[in-house]
Ligand binder design. Structure first.
Ligand code: FEO
Length: 165
């Protein structure tokens, strides 16, 4: 059976992941509106991945015999100043999620909850990958000096597909 503090923290993380999904779906809609369908695709795939992350926590809580408690999801922003601004906000958000995961790991250590500690290792690796992806797109956006460059990157981001795990 999972401890009360750990259970509450894991339920809170479901909400963080669902908000991430909401945020990226909102960014996807914004990219559609400004005519960057490749960026919109990238964000839509990311939104689905985040839903998958929420479900990993959900399934884990159930597998441990805990009770899933879903909380209210706050509304995300609807507009950004530029593609670069949207990706800078994405990186900032992922840094916040990394901090959440690190706090969960610390709590699992404190509680001597080995199973949760193990489950969280996947998320530690995932956060390294997510921050690296955002940083790469940010540095490419900073190098772009023409609308032609943006459309080339847009075509590339259109290729992103959902990963099957
Ligand atoms: Fe679920 Fe983007 O971290």
């Amino acid at each position: 059976m999972i401890g009360e503090r750990m259970l509450e923290a894991l339920n809170k993380q479901i909400n963080e992941e669902l908000y991430s999904s909401y945020l990226y779906l909102s960014m996807s809609a914004w990219f559609e509106n400004i005519g960057l369908k490749g960026f919109a695709n990238w964000m839509k795939v990311q939104a689905k991945e985040e839903l998958g992350h929420a479900m990993k926590f959900y399934d884990y809580i159930i597998a441990r015999g805990g009770k899933v408690k879903l909380h209210e999801i706050k509304a995300p922003p609807h507009e950004w100043r530029s593609p670069l601004h949207a990706f800078e906000e994405t990186l900032k958000h992922e840094q916040h999620i990394t901090e959440c995961i690190n706090n969960l790991v610390e709590l699992a250590e404190e509680e001597k909850d080995r199973a949760t500690f193990n489950m969280l290792q996947w998320f530690i690796d995932e956060q390294v990958e997510e921050e690296a992806n955002d940083e790469e797109i940010i540095s490419r956006l900073k190098m772009i000096d023409s609308s032609n460059g943006i459309f080339m990157l847009d075509r590339e981001l259109a290729q992103r597909k959902e990963e099957v795990e």
